[in-house]
Write a protein that binds this ligand. Structure first.
Ligand code: ZN
Ligand code: FE
Length: 739
């Protein structure tokens, strides 16, 4: 008795070896039918006896390829067509593509096995890959994902590779970047040579999957110091690539969750508590960022004798975007790298390493890029396309197609010309891949009138636009991830900088409401006057001048124990005269002010450094004190808090203890305010988002203090401005639900 099923699979099922997998499953069970790629996933027709059919269906989900992600599986009984065997049908294209573009995948175990098998044709070949692994997004130039549309197009397959590419039973069936030493691209010079140089203390520029890295021996303090000097990167931590999990364990404490992230298909950089001292790698930081090899080349380097712990940092000068084109890399890195290891396969677009942490509320993505982008993170309630252009710092964009919100790779700070170019290119790329005319989308942008991203949106003549307030977008990003359109929440956005409804700088905001009804600002940090605008974000003492101006009496902060530099006095004068000062409710800036009072009085060398330093020194303290940080009407009054900090410091209390007490005070004030708002508005859920919530110590304090309410944080997009575009897209969708 023959029965048949018609199956529709949605999710990441193209470019990940899904069709050959289905083919093998069906053939193993002597079932007939076909499998085909469609615009919206994979379609299967299968027929045969009832028992093997049932086994086929259960294995379809249980054994699917490692890189595949099945989001839905619709199975319908249908008429048997009397087919004799099972085939892979060529895909047809008749509508708008909504199939997912797979993120880049790490080299799989089988390929690593072949890489080190002397009898294999691809022995020691740095471009080995198969349908289960290898580059995707970083080699795709346009859709459909065929070899001719990838950066491998210039290398014709030889007979050996072609036979595998065309054999449905082979692991390399339709593996678009497939190649072998006889027909594919190469790396120059020899890997052994570079491994030797790294061992000897050289700095090497290495072309990877989504860009160039600068690499050196992480245990060689002198070399790492030289790298900092040449790269103009004074203190910002470097990531380390460890040869394997054991090598990673020698420098960081890996919880089981952290290890899961480390070995996950995205192979991100994982921030974990440092247990070894690697001087110069991450100065004044409790954590180290560690990742595992993900390209075959990395495995080759370690096997050839490179040090087991390598600094692997984005190849650029200072905060420029990562170099990914050969000529540009040669030029920009010539004064930094002692040698280059360069592969011939072009990189289609810049894709940085992703950065994650196993946080107290679950995994947090701090930079969402390689391995995650351009994956979909949520389904939004809208069929028509939406483009959300994000914010100007840590930019990433979101494109909504068929309700799927695809979030781009990390693009960076748009005040760099190169990043702005990437921003435009990324929008053009994703729109082209999904066959969308940007001018026909609903465009969401930040409410900041001076953002470059806002200017881009305003330039799109013909497009319908929505301006979204920065901190509402942060909160919406949390709710969009959970597809919670009706849940009423207290939304808390503690952040660095964002343009507020009243034109002032916000960043310490409490909202109540839901995605459907909108968010009302109900409480905020007491406003302070920030002297000198943007420069204040780089000078904690300048921030301090703005906040401290509101205290009734102050000691001389330029003397001991504070030792504030002259910049403080200048700032204080500006505030006094009301010159070049800007009103702010930013909690990020409050952290900076306290960091200054506790001892961070110099200029920062990267964004968020003073707050990170404050968290770092607070971690060392076990005291339990807390400062007053009262709610006064609709504001949180920071004055008693700062008075107490100044006083404590004067009487010689340890900076670590003050920093610890400050964290606890912020957590307590947040929890107290949120509890009151929950009660007053009958809400039981608190959503947290904004750059300040990258602070693990603060989150762990909050977790202790708010055991009875549900706390929602970001998991799929960053709590920093990297998550803004998702929130913008979600708010735009809700505003135009019926259109
Ligand atoms: Zn493979
Ligand atoms: Fe923000």
């Amino acid at each position: 008795m023959t029965s048949a099923r018609s199956i529709h699979v949605r999710g990441v099922v193209q470019g990940v070896g899904f069709r050959p997998f289905v083919f093998r499953l069906a053939r193993e069970r002597s079932l007939a039918g076909w499998v085909s790629n469609a615009e919206d996933g994979v379609r299967i027709h299968v027929e045969g006896a009832e028992e093997p059919l049932a086994a086929f269906l259960s294995d379809l989900t249980a054994q699917s390829p490692p890189a595949a992600l099945i989001l839905s599986l619709d199975v319908e009984p249908c008429q048997p067509a009397g087919l004799r065997d099972f085939t892979i049908r060529e895909s047809r294209r008749n509508g708008r593509p909504s199939a997912r573009i797979s993120p880049d995948l790490p080299v799989c175990d089988e390929c690593v096995g072949e890489l080190f098998d002397p009898s294999d044709r691809r022995y020691l070949y740095p471009y080995i890959n198969c349908a289960n692994c290898g580059p995707r997004y970083s080699v795709i130039e346009c859709l459909p994902y065929d070899r001719g549309n990838t950066t491998m197009r210039q290398w014709a397959l030889d007979q050996f590779c072609a036979a595998q590419y065309n054999d449905p039973c082979d692991r390399r069936f339709h593996a678009q970047p497939v190649a072998c030493p006889a027909c594919g691209p190469r790396y120059e010079p020899a890997v052994e040579e570079i491994a030797g140089l790294l061992k000897a203390g050289a700095i090497v520029a290495i072309k990877g999957i989504g860009g160039y890295h600068l690499s050196c021996d992480a245990r060689n303090a002198e070399t790492v110091r030289a790298l900092r000097k040449r790269k103009f990167r004074k203190e910002k931590p470097f990531a380390v690539m460890a040869a394997n999990v054991a090598a990673a364990r020698s420098i960081v404490e890996l919880s089981s969750n952290a290890e899961m992230l480390l070995t996950s298909a995205a192979r991100p950089i994982v921030l974990a508590p440092a247990i070894a001292d690697l001087p110069e790698v991450a100065p004044a930081n409790r954590e180290l960022g560690v990742m595992l090899p993900y390209a075959p080349l990395h495995h080759l380097l370690f096997a050839a004798g490179a040090p087991l712990l390598l600094v692997m940092t984005s190849a650029n000068r200072s905060s420029e975007p990562i170099a990914y084109q050969d000529e540009d890399a040669r030029e920009r890195l010539s004064g930094i790298a002692d040698a280059f290891l360069v592969g011939q396969r072009p990189i289609a677009r810049r894709v940085d390493d992703s950065l994650v942490r196993a946080g107290v509320f679950g995994p947090v993505i701090l930079r969402r890029s390689r391995g995650y982008a351009p994956g979909a993170v949520a389904t939004l309630p809208r069929d028509r396309p939406v483009l959300a252009v994000g914010a100007d710092l840590k930019n990433a964009i979101t494109l909504v197609v068929g309700g799927q919100a695809f979030v781009s790779q990390h693009i960076g700070d748009l005040d760099h010309y190169e990043s702005l170019k990437s921003f435009r290119q990324t929008i053009a790329d994703l729109a082209a891949m999904y066959d969308i005319d940007v001018k026909e989308t609903l465009v969401a942008h930040d409410a900041h009138p001076q953002y470059a991203s806002t200017a881009y949106a305003l330039d799109l003549h013909g497009a319908r636009r929505v301006a979204v307030q920065h901190h509402r977008a942060h909160i919406a990003s949390v709710l969009a991830e959970r597809e919670a359109w009706d849940t009423r929440v207290v939304g808390v956005s503690f952040d660095g900088t964002g343009y507020g409804d009243d034109g002032t700088i916000w960043g310490g905001e409490f909202f109540t409401g839901s995605m459907r009804e909108g968010f009302e600002r109900v409480l905020h940090l007491r406003p302070a006057m920030l002297p000198g605008g943007d420069a204040a974000a780089r000078h904690p003492v300048q921030c301090a001048a703005g906040f401290l101006a509101q205290l009734s009496s102050l000691p001389d902060l330029t003397g001991p124990p504070f030792h504030f530099p002259a910049r403080y006095r200048n700032g204080a004068q500006l505030v006094q005269k009301g010159l070049r000062t800007f009103q702010t409710t930013s909690v990020g800036r409050l952290f900076d002010a306290v960091a200054a009072l506790v001892g961070f009085t110099r200029e920062t060398t990267f964004e968020g450094q003073a707050a990170m330093w404050l968290e770092h020194i607070a971690q060392a303290d076990a005291s339990s004190g807390r400062y007053p940080f009262p709610i006064a009407g609709e504001t949180l009054d920071f004055r008693p808090l700062l008075e107490a900090v100044v006083h404590d410091r004067q009487r010689g209390r340890e900076p670590a203890a003050i920093a610890r007490g400050f964290h606890r005070s912020v957590a307590a004030a947040l929890c107290e305010s949120a509890s009151r708002l929950c009660e007053a508005h009958s809400i039981d859920t608190v959503a947290l988002s904004g750059g300040v919530f990258q602070n693990e110590l603060l989150l762990s304090d909050i977790k202790l203090l708010l055991p009875r309410v549900k706390i929602w944080t970001n998991a799929a997009v960053p709590p920093n401005d990297g998550g803004i575009s998702l929130g913008q897209a979600a708010i735009a969708c809700m505003n135009f639900l019926s259109q």
